[in-house]
Design a protein around this ligand. Structure first.
Ligand code: SF4
Length: 443
């Protein structure tokens, strides 16, 4: 049996499901597995030096960039080790990862692939399981042994109180094909559910470990609305004091609006939703499946149901204009959403990863440079360099203001001033009642 080290570099302040789930599969097969979350702990040099296989979990862009440096360190510590990258960003960056010396790359439903890889290595064979597998899997309850305690991760902030947050996934992939979305090049319109009993057992073990709130990390919780509703009903019946949050696209919020009271009744505190833009022309380019009017309607119905909407945005795109940016800020004020939006959302720049459907658009192909391995994306510049500068200035401002613990309203006021050249002529009140997780969002 193999000695395996599973490494996560960053998962947005969450205890990594992407380590705990494959750890359960590999341990059940008799392998000795060490889970390492480098966001909380140092690289265990001794375990790495002795390992037969080191596998990096790459669920997102930042995690992948961070992993690049660690891969070199691991190779230096253990030159004979087999290296694997798995998760959403692994197959997208296959050529680059191979150049870095990665032997096996697994995307999509990766647990079976990791198990097969370990089996092959144990038999002395080196073959690569399929690059992307969308085969349905019988999930096992994630094995969280050896991961840092939940208290080390992002907390839920609500009403001036901090609550310990856990994290699970009830589905992966997505049935939609939004052009800018990193899920699409891998899942291509397919989603896969994690069995209800597995999700509930995972929640049960995290509640036993102190979780008071659960984040469902599904790309879209309402891809399978029946599955989602059954899970939250059971969750609430078993743990009536546990709250949770979910991510649901605007289109699904409108289509399944009858389920919003169910979310509210079962302990949902907030719904993250990828609004992305308030301009219909941009939403069409991104193939988001909703309009500005839909967004405004979603704000209304979510609020009416007693839930908080946390919109996410792609604020700086090749189509962004000064007027459009200022109008976005104004709309957030008009809709009373200033406190609902994480400041980093106001400085998000469109990312064009390898294989992105954005490259279908002639204007993007024209603007985007070749794939840049250092940035793990195709770089682009706005035709108006002052808008690129505005984005950079806002990013710097947010970092500075967050270090000095400024409120979201205070940061918004400073951003408004940068974008409009004058301070806001209205008062923004901070609201401790808006719940959010205290980890800024980096994709
Ligand atoms: S709905 Fe969300 S997860 Fe699905 S493709 Fe669109 S952006 Fe991606």
């Amino acid at each position: 049996m193999l000695k395996i080290v599973l490494i996560s570099t960053y998962e947005m302040g969450r205890q990594p499901f992407g380590l705990a789930s494959p750890a359960a599969w590999l341990r059940a097969d008799g392998h000795e597995v060490t889970c390492v979350d480098l966001a909380c702990s140092p690289l265990p040099r001794a375990s790495v030096a002795e390992a037969d296989l080191v596998a990096f979990y790459l669920p997102m862009h930042t995690a992948t960039r961070l992993a690049v440096n660690v891969i070199e360190k691991v190779r230096a510590l253990n030159p004979r080790v087999q290296l694997c990258c798995f998760g959403l960003y692994a197959p997208m960056n296959e050529p680059y990862l191979r150049e870095l010396g990665i032997h096996a790359i697994l995307g999509g439903e990766f647990e079976q692939g990791l198990l097969d890889l370990a089996g092959r290595l144990g038999r002395g064979s080196n073959g690569q399981p399929p690059l992307i597998s969308l085969d349905r899997q019988q999930f096992l309850t994630p094995d969280r042994a050896g991961l840092p305690s939940l208290t080390r991760y992002a907390k839920l902030l609500v009403n001036g109180e901090e609550r310990i947050a856990g994290y699970t996934e009830a589905s992966r992939g997505c049935k939609h094909l939004c052009r800018h979305c990193p899920v699409v090049p891998v899942y291509n319109g397919v989603f896969r559910v994690v069995e209800r009993k597995v999700v509930l057992e995972d929640i049960r073990q995290q509640v036993a470990a102190g979780a008071q709130h659960i984040t469902f990390g599904d790309p879209d919780f309402f891809n399978g609305p029946g599955h989602a509703a059954a899970i939250v009903e059971s969750l609430h019946a078993e743990h009536p004091s546990i709250t949770y949050d979910v991510t649901i696209k605007i289109e699904h919020l409108l289509r399944h609006r009858e389920l919003l009271p169910v979310l509210k009744r079962t302990g949902c505190l907030f719904v993250t939703s990828a609004a992305e833009s308030i301009e219909d022309a941009v939403l069409e380019k991104l193939a988001k499946g909703h309009t500005r009017a839909d967004f405004v309607e979603a704000v209304r119905i979510v609020r009416e149901s007693g839930l908080t909407l946390a919109p996410t945005l792609v604020t700086f795109t090749p189509w962004t204009t000064w007027d459009g940016y200022r109008e976005l800020l104004q709309l957030l004020v008009d809709l009373d959403l200033v406190e609902n939006v994480g400041p980093i959302q106001l400085a998000m720049r469109l990312l064009i990863p390898a294989g992105s459907r954005l490259l279908e658009l002639p204007e993007i192909r024209e603007l985007a440079g070749p794939f840049d391995p250092a940035a793990l994306s195709h770089q682009w510049r706005h035709r108006d360099p002052k808008l690129d500068q505005l984005c950079a200035d806002i990013q710097k401002l947010i970092q500075h203001e967050e270090r000095r613990k400024a409120t979201r309203s205070e940061i918004f006021g400073r951003i408004w001033e940068l974008a409009n050249g004058r301070p806001p002529d209205f008062q923004l009140a901070s609201r401790a009642t808006i719940p959010y997780l205290n980890e800024p969002w980096y994709c």
